[in-house]
Design a protein around this ligand. Structure first.
Ligand code: ADP
Ligand code: MG
Length: 921
């Protein structure tokens, strides 16, 4: 019968493994917005978003409300790793009439005691932050905002439920004229444990509470001042079994926080209330539950909590005595009495190991006559009950560990766990089983368990200190980033300026001095779908040089292409050499495609700034992107290509030369006739759109439309954007080959965003906001922070592994919070880029709408460029901002596929189509 009882109390490893899985499922449920209400593991957000880093410094107050007592502490931290905090405290008994009186009286009482306490202590600090430990069920929405849901633990003050208790305390404190005391944090009692264990210089990200904490267990060193004058504290137990940990904030859907981490109070005591644990419940558990004040509830808590272990043992003994397996012949009526066996006694029995005499004494103390055999059997029972509790704790802890490991996308998790509670502190057996079983259940995690003492008091001071540190840091970060955050009014101004510059560029007189060049392209129509034929296309000036053949037919477009290398010697040789090389490549391509005999119409995408004087005539204004072939600037590049073909005796029919923006617009225009804008956001940025001929002062003719290559990257070169430029932009600009030029582009495009971020990071290191102020030599290197890193870093949460890889590459020793801050910097920079781009585009679409006298314009933008296509938020912010700035335009964005190649062919096709109909292009 004994064996049977022991077996019933043993949970096999596989069952624990399964329970761990269920616990993880319930944790996810608790965090998700949709399923939160049904989860048995509540997963309450605490709004504590960081753990101590040891730099915390200053005086902090803690007010802790316990059953019928108020504890007030003053903790002084020295910024020394929090190794030797200094504290004084005082405990005040609360009169009955306060506990059951009006809320106002309660808070006045607290504030008055606080005032007395401060009168006795000496803090010279101008402002003393205060943390409020308030262990009641609250709806917390900020670290310093929590509405009381309902009183418990014997409290029933009127007019407090539904109110923000932080506010109530703060008002009461002001009434006492303690204007320098600021309530900055409210917390439950569990989170403190985690915070105290973080003081070891290693972050502690999980806290486990195994049993109640009695205030009488206060450690000696606690009492530093002479203030310890209270009656011996005898606070009743008020913590059961619980666990909290640092979760990824974006997974905590019930809060708005999305970056960083937040401490989650699991409140796992109710796990199993949905019946998940019914198969492991024994008859003893059921009898105990029946007698409890909340039958059927808190199932997990009732298996592991110190409030219940003694009771479980009592029920086992009742059954075994009835079966005559124990205490035969003696009176066991005493066992019928509730709570007669305390958990403390169970632990004593276990801790006395082989010493049956001691066990006998304990049982005699309870009024139970026991034989030698009874003693060892009772001991076995006690061990079984505590062992079961330890394995269940282990399963719960393993669930939290594995969950953290998964969410952080790690193969291995190394973490410290602060443990509080008398089971852990006083029972070696419990501790060993807990540690060993956790290893078995979560082998991928290495958890170092650290004992914590008085988490709730000292920890509350830590929470407060961390909150103050974060607040100061936040203020400085905000100050630094403020100039990069553009208001709607800023964007409206940019939009209006762009509009002005467009007019200047279009005007015949104003064009020569305009910085937005508004170059005519001689492309007068977008595809109408009737284009047909086979065309050659060249793409020079992007990342690669390519030759393509493009078949345009009713069935769609088919293409074949080859990429050719242009050797540096050719890029920087003579113009003739360059164009000879290009013709060689064309010949090679025609050979490979078996089309040596054909002379196809050719479209030439030439993505360098050109003054175009006809569809097939473009004078190079300047080389960029590493090209410097001599004898080309000022020349017509189409003519140079034709000359080279003649030298090589190759038939070429160059029909059109286009910019890549135009190519992009045309290629998208083939699929969507409403596409009348082209946009590039890649290495650089530029746009083109269909303008009314009558508005184009630089070209003869009033009929129809012409595509205008805006060359908008130069917007701001007149100084009109100076008031939104930041010091970071100025530094980045100074370091380029064209300082003072392309100011708009330098705020938006891929070539520069990484550099802007790098300079902000340098400024943050300087202010000790990042990497604890440790300089990183590698971060000083120009262009080391690539724009593609912005994309990786901004991808939420899941990309953390990649972020670590990037940081390692940069030899940056970044904490988790550092990477959260870096993500914020990246976001601010890319957001500004997207919004500025939207402001420019808003000017374009609004002009088109007005041109056409429409109340509402519906238009499509063909877009190309790796930044636009691969950045996780750029395109979304661009579209959203554009809609806000130009509400009368419905703008669709269409990413182009191979715009520069296909587009050039389509320009040629449209031109051929139009001329074959006998019209002039
Ligand atoms: P180009 O503009 O020369 O035709 P792309 O459109 O491919 O070429 O743009 C290249 C630019 O895109 C690079 O300068 C780089 O800064 C940027 N870039 C590359 N990868 C990414 C990425 N994953 N996210 C954002 N930007 C990127
Ligand atoms: Mg390109």
């Amino acid at each position: 019968q004994i064996q049977q009882a022991l077996r019933a109390l043993t949970i096999p490893l596989e069952r624990l493994q399964m329970m761990k899985g269920h616990m993880m499922q319930d944790m996810r449920k608790g965090l998700s917005r949709q399923t939160h209400a049904q989860a048995t593991v509540q997963m309450l957000p605490t709004y504590i978003c960081s753990t101590p880093d040891g730099t915390e410094k200053g005086d902090f107050l803690v007010v802790e409300l316990c059953q019928s007592q108020v504890r007030i502490l003053l903790v002084t931290l020295f910024g020394d790793g929090n190794l030797s905090p200094q504290m004084v405290y005082k405990i005040f008994d609360m009169p009955e009439d306060i506990v059951h009186g009006e809320g106002e009286a309660l808070f006045d009482f607290i504030a008055q005691r606080l005032s007395e306490f401060l009168g006795d202590t000496s803090s010279s600090q101008e402002r003393i932050p205060l943390g409020f430990v308030f262990p009641f069920s609250c709806h917390q929405t900020k670290l310093d905002k929590a509405e009381l849901l309902s009183w418990s633990k014997g409290f029933s003050c009127g007019d407090v439920e539904g109110k923000d208790v932080v506010q109530l305390l703060q008002w009461a404190i002001y009434k006492q004229e303690l204007c320098h005391v600021d309530v900055v944090a409210l917390m439950n009692d569990t989170v403190g444990t985690m915070m105290t264990c973080s003081t070891e210089g290693r972050p502690c990200e999980i806290a486990l509470i195994a049993g109640e904490e009695w205030a009488s267990n206060l450690p000696e060193w606690w009492v530093m001042g002479a203030l310890h004058q209270c009656s011996p504290p005898s606070l009743p137990p008020d913590k059961g079994s619980n666990c909290c940990f640092m979760a990824e904030a974006y997974l905590v859907e019930i809060t708005e926080e999305t970056s960083g981490r937040m401490c989650i109070n699991t409140e796992w005591g109710s796990f199993g209330d949905d019946g998940m644990l019914s198969d492991i419940l024994t008859v003893y558990d059921e009898s105990m539950d029946d007698e409890s004040s909340n039958p059927g509830l808190k199932r997990f808590e009732k298996l592991v909590g110190t409030l219940y272990l003694g009771e479980i043992v009592r029920h086992v003994l009742i059954v075994l005595a009835a079966q005559k397996a124990l205490f035969t012949g003696s009176d066991v009526a005493i066992l019928k009495e509730k709570d007669v066996i305390k958990t403390q006694q169970v632990l004593e029995i276990i801790n006395n190991g082989e010493n049956t005499a001691a066990v006998k004494r304990i049982l005699e103390g309870l009024g139970l006559e026991s034989s030698e055999r009874d003693c060892s059997r009772v001991q076995q029972i006690c061990q079984a009950v505590v062992t079961r509790a330890a394995t269940l704790y282990a399963a719960g802890l393993a669930a939290v560990l594995s969950y953290m490991c998964q969410c952080r996308d790690m193969d291995q998790l190394l973490v410290n766990v602060g443990v509080d509670g008398e089971l852990y502190h006083t029972c070696t057996r419990f501790k060993e089983i807990l540690e060993n079983v956790v290893k078995l259940l979560a082998p991928e995690c290495t958890a170092t368990l650290l004992p914590s003492t008085d988490g709730s008091g000292r920890g509350a001071a830590m929470v407060t200190a961390v909150a103050v540190r974060l607040e100061a840091q936040r203020r400085e970060v905000d100050e630094l980033l403020a100039p990069l955050r553009l208001s709607r009014a800023d964007l409206e101004r940019v939009q209006a300026l762009m509009r002005q510059e467009m007019e200047l560029g279009l005007g015949q007189e104003t064009n020569p001095t305009a910085c937005v060049r508004m170059l005519p392209t001689y492309v007068c129509a977008t595809p109408d779908g009737t284009e047909q034929g086979k065309f050659l296309a060249l793409d020079l000036g992007g990342t690669n040089f390519r030759v393509l053949v493009v078949h345009v037919s009713e069935g769609g477009i088919r293409m074949a292409s080859e990429i050719y290398v242009i050797p540096t010697g050719v890029m920087q040789g003579t113009g003739d050499q360059l164009f000879d090389h290009i013709v060689d490549c064309i010949m090679d391509f025609q050979l490979k495609q078996n089309m040596m005999e054909e002379v196809l119409p050719l479209g030439f995408t030439f993505s360098f700034p050109c003054q175009q004087v006809g569809l097939d005539k473009a004078l190079l204004l300047t080389w960029t992107k590493g090209f410097s072939a001599s004898g080309c600037v000022g020349q017509d590049v189409v003519q140079m290509l034709r000359d080279a073909a003649q030298r090589k005796n190759v038939g070429l029919q160059v029909v059109a030369v286009v910019n890549d923006t135009v190519g992009t617009m045309m290629s998208c225009g083939y699929d969507d006739p409403k596409c009348e804008i082209g946009l590039i956001v890649g290495t650089g940025t530029n746009a083109c759109y269909m303008e009314e001929m009558q508005n184009v002062g630089t070209v003869e003719g009033e009929q129809g439309r012409m595509c205008i290559n805006m060359e908008w990257g130069a917007f701001g070169d007149s100084g009109c954007l100076d008031n939104i430029l930041t010091s970071f932009d100025t530094v980045v600009d100074k370091d380029t080959i064209n300082p003072g030029k392309q100011r708009y582009e330098k705020l938006i495009s891929g070539m520069y965003l990484g550099e802007i971020v790098r300079h902000i990071l340098l400024a943050m290191v300087d202010r000790e906001l990042l990497f604890k102020g440790n300089p990183s030599p590698k971060l000083q290197t120009k262009n080391i922070f690539q724009t593609k890193f912005l994309s990786t870093i901004e991808l939420n949460g899941l990309a953390l592994r990649q972020i670590r890889a990037i940081l390692q590459d940069l030899e940056l020793n970044a904490s988790f919070e550092d990477s959260v801050l870096m993500r914020e910097v990246c976001h601010v920079v890319s957001e500004r880029a997207a919004k500025l781009c939207a402001a420019g585009l808003a000017a374009v679409v609004e002009k088109m709408r007005e041109n056409r006298g429409l109340d509402q314009l519906s238009v499509t933008v063909g877009v190309d460029g790796t930044l636009y296509k691969l950045h996780p938020t750029f395109s979304h912010i661009l579209q959203e901002t554009l809609q806000d700035l130009a509400p009368k335009c419905t703008v669709t964005f269409m990413p182009s596929e191979d715009g520069s190649g296909k587009g050039a062919a389509l320009v040629a096709a449209v031109a051929c189509n139009i001329s074959s109909r006998g019209k002039q292009p």
